[in-house]
Design a protein around this ligand. Structure first.
Ligand code: ARG
Length: 459
């Protein structure tokens, strides 16, 4: 970063140089330079439009377009001299362009302001990243479909209150994660659709007196339409808030998945093995294999939630139209993007590599009387009222706790102490395989339904 003291772009009105600290304090170039490609794309579109309406000559347009190509190359090969004195990505690029293209460079900003420029750049930048995020979510979902198919018959305890509730299949559990992610992907797609309008032409806040063609720049930049209102277009950052909200919900989902992976990979559960390449050891305890990646994803949820609150607070009470406050939108937004991409990348690779310890899961499902509801349902089918059946099974469970036996391990006469309606067809119902297979309706845990859900998702 050079600190050359070139006089400011707005120097005309001022009688003293900007204070050196203020220059540093108000600059955003250290973080907004990552939007350089989108800034240059916006400038190309704007220049072509100015040429089409007769404001820029063909020669000026050529000089601008080839100057922008050079600027882009310089940035990409590391030869660009970013300067805090030029405040932000927009003025850095424009200044360099003017060095390269002379007066033509000075004409580029005709009918434009940094206010519509930055609003355009953020949207373009975010749009690209949303596409990337959706692609990674889809990749993770495809991995989940593979695991769900592989583990469609693998029985595990299903929990409520983290207490064994009813047997489910691991495949069914993976499909629950799949559904959560499907809603996340659609939230990002909605966010993208709503923000995909072009602020270009709003200029500082009121529009411009040049006969600009906003539809042309919008189309060239892949926007669906020009934004309807210039004041709104330059000032609102609701699309960034919406993106952070979608990200916070995604990370909340991923932290729940993380929590389950942490629990399941513990010695106490011992349901799964995480790939070694996603875990670390301890410097002191030789036996340890720590699930660092899920733990870190769980932890990163905090910062993404924080960024959402930052942006909400940033926007709150801002009068129309642009205020410098808005420069503070970028770091929370960029860190959210980086965090979401990193977490998704890790999960997309790690989750399909989870190994299930089927025997352990099955053994765990046999503890905790997970087929108690099945026994109650069985009694109802024999004509017992559900509340009475609930009471009967509760007594059988108490007996099981006392004698150390699961319901399926009791003899028929032991079970018949609690109800004469129990016959020897009860054992089918008490077997875990029978319990899961019986939940054979759309959205149920039966292996057949899991396979059908995977098929629907792939179709
Ligand atoms: N760096 C500024 C931002 O991020 C660009 C817009 C500045 N406009 C202005 N009038 N100061 O918001």
């Amino acid at each position: 970063m050079s600190d050359d003291k070139t006089s400011n772009i707005w120097g005309g009105r001022f009688s003293e140089q900007t204070d050196a600290f203020v220059e540093e304090f108000t600059a955003s170039v250290n973080f907004d330079q990552r939007m350089y490609k989108h800034d240059i794309a916006g400038s190309r579109a704007h220049a072509r439009m100015l040429n089409k309406i007769g404001v820029l000559s063909d020669a000026d347009l050529d000089a601008i377009l080839s100057g922008l190509d050079t600027v882009e190359q310089e940035i990409e090969n590391g030869g660009f001299n970013w300067s805090v004195a030029r405040e932000d990505v927009h003025m850095n690029i424009e200044s360099r362009l003017t060095e390269l293209a002379g007066d033509a460079g000075k004409r580029l900003h005709t009918g434009r302001s940094r206010n519509d420029q930055v609003a355009t750049d953020i949207r373009l930048y975010l749009r690209d990243n949303i596409e990337h995020i959706i692609a990674l979510i889809k990749q993770l979902q495809n991995g989940l479909l593979d695991v769900a198919e592989r583990e469609a018959d693998s029985i595990m305890p299903g929990f409520t209150h983290l207490q064994v509730a009813q047997p489910v299949t691991f495949g069914h559990h993976m499909m629950a994660w799949y559904e959560m992610l499907a809603r996340d992907a659609s939230r990002f797609a909605d966010c993208k659709a709503r923000m995909n309008v072009s602020p270009l032409g709003a200029a500082a806040l009121a529009g411009t007196s040049y006969p600009i063609d906003r539809a042309m720049t919008a189309a060239e930049l892949g926007f669906d339409a020009p934004a309807n209102n210039s004041l709104d277009a330059v000032s609102d950052r609701d699309f960034a808030i919406e993106f952070c909200a979608a990200s916070a919900i995604l990370l909340t989902h991923m932290s729940r998945m993380s929590e389950e992976m942490v629990l399941w990979s513990s010695a106490q559960f011992d349901f799964i093995e995480l790939p070694d390449r996603y875990c670390t050891g301890s410097s002191i305890m030789p036996q340890k294999k720590n699930p660092d990646v899920p733990e870190l994803v769980r932890g990163k949820t905090g910062r993404v939630n924080g960024h959402l609150v930052s942006l909400l607070t940033l926007m709150k009470s801002q009068p129309l139209a642009y205020n410098k406050d808005n420069q503070e939108d970028k770091e929370p937004l960029f860190d959210t993007i980086d965090t979401v991409l990193g977490c998704l990348r890790a999960f997309a690779d790690m989750v399909p590599a989870i190994e299930c310890k089927r025997d352990n899961m099955l053994r765990a499902a046999k503890q905790g009387f997970s087929t108690a509801t099945d026994l109650a349902d069985y009694l109802v089918r024999k004509g017992v009222a559900f509340r009475d059946a609930h009471e009967i099974v509760g007594k059988a469970v108490a007996y099981g706790i006392e004698t150390g036996k699961d319901l399926s391990e009791m003899q028929l006469d032991e079970l018949q102490q609690f109800s004469e309606d129990i016959g020897d067809d009860v054992f089918e119902v008490l077997a875990l395989e029978g319990s899961v297979a019986a939940r054979n309706h759309i959205g149920g845990t039966a292996p057949e339904q899991v396979r059908a859900a995977v098929k629907r998702a792939r179709g």
